[in-house]
Each structure stands twice: as structure tokens, then as C-alpha cells.
Design a protein around this ligand. Structure first.
Ligand SMILES: [Zn+2]
Length: 213
């Protein structure tokens, strides 16, 4: 028994080590601490999974309520007493979501507003498709790296252990915001809001930027 526990513990610690190493190498997007995963559903234009689950539960519950021929229908109208905390039957969750009039767009907007995501002010409604969705891959990736503040700039490459020099060619730490707003060599005069809106000037700047970020 002890041996099995030790084996199990060893396996778990190995997995944790691999996760940490992978994280340090920046290979897994969304696992590393500095990478905010909150941006990913917005960039992908797919609602966050926990909200989609709630929406699906609400729809399913409504459908079952509207189908008196189903055997479960009477149970929904007089559900059994809740006995185990760990159980989440559809009648309790569904009823709750229905009585709250759960709206996925509203819930997503509220969670976006209450978060501390970098550049969150660029987005007023996270469920709306963001500009630049049909850009070529290079420009789309670059644009999103500036939006999220996460990219292969010298400062982050140094932080991740890939390079020794965190400085830009202009001799100050090269963050994504430095390149966009402050760098005398590369900066974009329109700022992050024009870049986010993909104005013609922003697109030209992205195309001409001689950095691989
Ligand atoms: Zn610079």
C-alpha cells in the first residue's frame, strides 16, 4: 500500500515538474502564470466553457419542462429532496438558471468587467467578434500579442530563459507595450486602441514591423 502511494506520489511530482518546466519554456499557452487565458475565448470568438455549460443546462431544462410526455417531466415539477451536496441534478441547476434568466452574453460581459485582464478596456462586449478576424496569420498573431501584452519580445524571452538580454535595440527593456508605444525605432503612433480597431495605418504598421514577436 505504502509502495503504491509512493509510486503515485512520485508520478504526481514528476507530472508537476514537467508542467513547471513546460511552463518555464512557454510551450503551453494558458498554463504559464503571465499568460492570461481570459483573452483566449475573446480572440477565438467562442464563449468560455463554464458559461457554455450553464447555457446548455438552461436550454436542456427548458426543453424538458416543455415536454410533458417525457417521464422526467413530473419530477421537474416536484423534484425529490436534495440529499447529497456533491450531486447537482439538472432540476436544481436548471431551475436556478431559468429563474435568474441567465444570459450568456451578459454573464460573459460581467465577468470581463470584474476581471483585471491587461488591456481589458479594448473590449466592451466580449461576445462580439473582434476586428481583424480575417487577417493573414502573421498580422493576426502579432495583433493579438499586442492586445494581450504577451509575445516574444526581448523582456519576456529573457524572463522565460531563452535570451540573456532583455533590452530593445534602443537600450531599454523591450516589452510589448514598449514596442507599441515608446520605442523610438518601432512605435506605432496610433496606440493600442487604433491597433485593436485595425485601422489602415495599423495594418501597414503590422505588415512593416521588422520584429518576429
Ligand atoms: Zn525600443
Amino acid at each position: 500500500m505504502n509502495y503504491r502511494v509512493l509510486l503515485h506520489f512520485d508520478e504526481v511530482s514528476k507530472m508537476i515538474k514537467i508542467a513547471v518546466l513546460t511552463c518555464q519554456e512557454g510551450l503551453v499557452q494558458g498554463v504559464c502564470q503571465p499568460t492570461r487565458i481570459d483573452w483566449l475565448p475573446v480572440l477565438a470568438h467562442i464563449s468560455p466553457p463554464e458559461l457554455r455549460r450553464k447555457e446548455a443546462t438552461k436550454k436542456m431544462y427548458q426543453k424538458l419542462l416543455d415536454s410533458p410526455v417525457l417521464e422526467i417531466n413530473p419530477i421537474l415539477h416536484s423534484p425529490p429532496k436534495h440529499r447529497l451536496k456533491s450531486r447537482k441534478p439538472i432540476w436544481s441547476r436548471g431551475n436556478q438558471l431559468l429563474s435568474q434568466n441567465f444570459d450568456i452574453s451578459e454573464a460573459w460581459t460581467n465577468s470581463w468587467i470584474s476581471s483585471d485582464i491587461p488591456n481589458k478596456n479594448l473590449i466592451t462586449s466580449p461576445s462580439v467578434k473582434i476586428p481583424g478576424f480575417s487577417l493573414p496569420r502573421r498580422e493576426w498573431v502579432l495583433l493579438n500579442r499586442f492586445r494581450t501584452g504577451q509575445g516574444r519580445c526581448a523582456e519576456l524571452m529573457n524572463l522565460w530563459g531563452y535570451t540573456k538580454d532583455p533590452n530593445c535595440a534602443c537600450n531599454v527593456p523591450q516589452s510589448m507595450s514598449h514596442i507599441l508605444d515608446d520605442c523610438p525605432l518601432y512605435k506605432f503612433n496610433g496606440g493600442i486602441s487604433n491597433l485593436h480597431s485595425v485601422t489602415p495605418e495599423a495594418l501597414n504598421w503590422l505588415k512593416a514591423l521588422p520584429l518576429r514577436l
